[in-house]
Each structure stands twice: as C-alpha cells, then as structure tokens.
Ligand binder design. Structure first.
Ligand code: 5GP
Length: 180
C-alpha cells in the first residue's frame, strides 16, 4: 500500500470483479447497439479502459474534460476544458465517470449533452458517494457505493498524483496537509 494512504477500500481483485459485472450488464442492456462511451477526463482513464474490455459490443469512445474541483473540496463550478470530437446525435451515449459526489458535475454533463440530441443518455460511475449529493441525478450503473471519504487511486488523484494506483484507497489527513 502507498505510504500516503490510511487504508485500501477497494482492492484490485474487487475492482476487476465489479467492472466485469458492469460490463456484463451494459452488454446485455445495449445488445445489438453501438454504445458511445463518453469518458470524463482524467479520472475515467483506468476505469474506462478496463470497462471497455468487458463490453462485448461495438463501442465508440470520446472524451470531455471538465473542471469542477480544486484540491479536496468541491467548488460546484463546472467549465468545459476539452469538448467531444464527434457528434453524438442519435447515439446511445454512456457517460463514464470516476466518482459522483455532489452530483453537480454530472448534472451539468446531462444538461449539456442532452442538447446534442443523443438517442439515449445514461451515467456509469465507478464510485458513488451518495451522502454528499446536492443534485438529484439518475445513475444507471454504479460500480461501488462508498462512504464520505476522500479517495484516490485507479484514476482518482489528489493534486495530480496517485492515479496509477491499482486500487482505491483513503488518503491520510497528513498527506492532504503536506501537499496543500
Ligand atoms: P461532484 O461534481 O459530483 O461533486 O464531483 C465530481 C468530481 O469530483 C469527480 O469527477 C472527481 O474528480 C472529484 N471527486 C469527488 N470526490 C472525490 C474523491 O473522493 N476523491 C477524488 N480524488 N476526487 C473526487
């Protein structure tokens, strides 16, 4: 375990099993269709690549980058830093997110992508932290529901670090303070 972590919350084996299940459900639900996976950078990178390998359908992949977070506290302000490359009109779009916390980022994404007239639009998140929800958004696919802890690893960062850890862990308070 990384020295800056308090504990591992979701092991590599648990991640693998959870993502396999999600991929199976998605493959069944969208059978016969092509799914457009819209990854929210940068947190989605490890999740999206592992999830895509577990989807047995044709897929397209596109990405958006939003800014809504600085450090360990949500500001609720969302800006598009990088937009989709392709049109999603008439496509079955599945937003791939690392974690839904307040839900404000996903609320913005849904509103924004709906205006582009997709055939369907759903959310798939690796992690859900429902206790801090401020926007009531529909999440179709959730990998793991977690308590209100600041987590890193498997795509999730703190000040840009820890994304490469193959597990999800809780950051020590001391690591948050040191890097402020
Ligand atoms: P929301 O708009 O739902 O409050 O926040 C969504 C974004 O906040 C996520 O995409 C993620 O980047 C960031 N975030 C929320 N909770 C955590 C957390 O526990 N750890 C990390 N690393 N990022 C988080």
């Amino acid at each position: 375990m990384h020295k800056d972590l308090k504990e591992i919350l979701i092991s590599p084996e648990e991640l693998e099993a959870g993502i396999k299940k999600l991929g199976g459900r998605i493959s069944k639900d969208y059978a016969g269709r092509c799914v457009t996976l819209v990854g929210v950078l940068k947190g989605c990178i490890l999740f999206m690549s592992d999830l895509a390998k577990n989807i047995s359908l044709d897929t397209r992949m596109d990405f958006m980058m939003l800014s809504s977070y600085s450090g360990a506290h949500s500001t609720g302000v969302v800006r598009i830093l990088l937009d989709l490359k392709e049109s999603i009109e008439d496509c079955d779009v599945l937003i791939i997110e690392d974690i839904v916390d307040s839900g404000l980022t996903m609320e913005y994404m849904l509103q924004n992508l709906k205006t582009r007239r997709p055939r369907s639009l759903e959310i798939c998140t690796l992690l859900d932290k429902p206790t801090r929800r401020r926007a009531n958004i529909p999440i179709k696919y959730t990998g793991f529901t977690i308590e209100d802890k600041f987590v890193v690893g498997y795509g999730l960062d703190y000040n840009g670090i820890y994304r490469n850890l193959p597990y999800i862990g809780e950051l020590k308070e001391s690591a948050i303070e040191i890097r402020k």
